[in-house]
Design a protein around this ligand. Structure first.
Ligand SMILES: *[C@@H]1O[C@H](CO)[C@@H](O)[C@H](O)[C@H]1NC(C)=O
Ligand SMILES: *[C@@H]1O[C@H](CO)[C@@H](O)[C@H](O)[C@H]1NC(C)=O
Ligand SMILES: *[C@@H]1O[C@H](CO)[C@@H](O)[C@H](O)[C@H]1NC(C)=O
Ligand SMILES: CC(=O)N[C@H]1CO[C@H](CO)[C@@H](O)[C@@H]1O
Length: 348
């Protein structure tokens, strides 16, 4: 039964991240704190990319309509996690690596690239190793000093492209456990390397509930998450948490911290779902705001005659998901609010 369901879902899984080619108020008050982190370095995929992937949907209308008001390379209608982490550190969003030559590098660099993974995913973009190589080169070129890195913060996002690529290539879930281990081994190597380069605070995103993504949950007509697929992030996160805690023990201080995107997504979706049930005029959080008319429901599609092939919800500011796989600015803001206590813990 489970296997049949998974096989039925696989085509959707494929659609997941690959087809996507592909800051503010708080509820809790921590009083005034001064951040000693002057720079932010970001590694990962579309959840944190702020403009590196020039030939992607993130540079097409309607991406960016909320912020900065036009398409500018975020896979969102507005701000993404990177922007909120920068605001947490009280610095400006770091420059995307693609624009490093023409922009200010004083707030760090964002190396993240939509569609990429820890391993080489199907997308032709820099995997995380290559992204870290890029930072290493900047250090060798004396763009950043040891001192700079000592007052830097790193954000690492691994949102699932590796799993998508794995499932596409292998078409079986039986080997997923060993794949998870090899993935986490490589994440572990990567974050230790970032630490060795001189960064002493590194936040690593846990894997979100992929079974709740609109590209997946549409088999339920956006009524429920596909729980069986959430077993993948549950197992991934369990092992990653153990690994991170081992690494901290080994270095004898809290260098590495995790951001629980899994529970932050679930709890935000749950809250919004209750509101939607009370007031159906509110947006269903399991349904994306920007929905394409094609099989993959690609946001931003326009046909040869210039006709728009997607629809947009009335109020992106009330929606959780922007497209198939990416939250809206509203979604990211809500998620960030729930991550703040972990962030405070990590920097304290
Ligand atoms: C990352 O990409 C580089 C260059 O394509 C490749 O040599 C390397 O094996 C990849 N690393 C991993 C961990 O997949
Ligand atoms: C790095 O920062 C810590 C305080 O955060 C300080 O104790 C240490 O001396 C600094 N090291 C360097 C190489 O600047
Ligand atoms: C976790 O981290 C250690 C380093 O402490 C590493 O050697 C180990 O293989 C890692 N992987 C897993 C899956 O725990
Ligand atoms: C093409 C591909 O990703 N193949 C993988 C299938 O799963 C095995 C076992 O985990 C891997 O070793 C292969 O690399």
């Amino acid at each position: 039964m489970a296997k049949q369901l998974i096989n039925a879902l696989l085509p959707l899984v494929l659609v997941l991240f690959i087809l996507t080619e592909v800051a503010e108020g708080t509820k809790k008050s921590y009083g005034v704190y001064k951040s000693k982190y002057e720079k932010l370095f970001v590694f990962g995929d579309s959840y944190v990319d702020t403009g590196n992937f020039i030939h992607s949907s993130s540079y097409k209308i309607p991406y960016g309509i909320t912020f900065p008001g036009k398409p500018a390379g975020r896979f969102c209608d507005g701000r993404v996690l990177t922007d909120y982490i920068a605001s947490f550190l009280k610095i400006e969003t770091p420059t995307p690596y693609t624009f490093r030559k023409s922009s200010n590098q004083q707030y760090g660099i964002n190396f993240a690239y939509g569609g990429t993974g820890v391993f080489q995913t199907l997308v032709d973009g820099p995997n995380m190793t290559v992204q870290i190589d890029s930072l290493e080169k900047l250090i060798q070129q004396n763009v950043y000093t040891k001192q700079d890195l000592n007052s830097s913060f790193a954000l690492v996002s691994v949102s699932g492209n590796d799993y998508t690529a794995f499932l596409v290539n292998n078409r079986t879930l039986t080997e997923i456990k060993s794949f998870t281990e090899s993935l986490i081994n490589q994440i572990s190597i990567n974050i230790q390397r970032i630490h060795k380069l001189g960064i002493n605070k590194i936040a690593i995103g846990l894997l979100g509930p992929i079974g709740c993504l609109p590209s997946i949950n549409r088999v339920t007509f956006h009524l429920a998450c596909v729980d069986i697929l959430n077993k993948i992030p549950e197992n991934h996160n369990k092992i990653l948490l153990q690994n991170v805690s081992q690494l901290n023990q080994r270095v004898g201080k809290t260098v590495f911290g995790t951001l629980d995107l899994y529970n932050a997504f679930l709890s935000t979706i749950e809250t919004m779902k209750k509101k939607h049930e009370e007031d159906p005029s509110l947006m269903n959080p399991l349904e994306q705001c920007c929905k394409g008319e094609d099989l993959a429901q690609t946001c931003g599609k326009v046909d040869d005659s210039g006709e728009v092939k997607y629809s947009l919800c009335d109020k992106p500011e009330l929606s959780f998901f922007w497209d198939n796989v990416h939250p809206t600015q509203n979604g990211w803001h809500a998620v960030y609010t729930l991550l703040q206590s972990s962030l405070h813990q990590l920097i304290s």
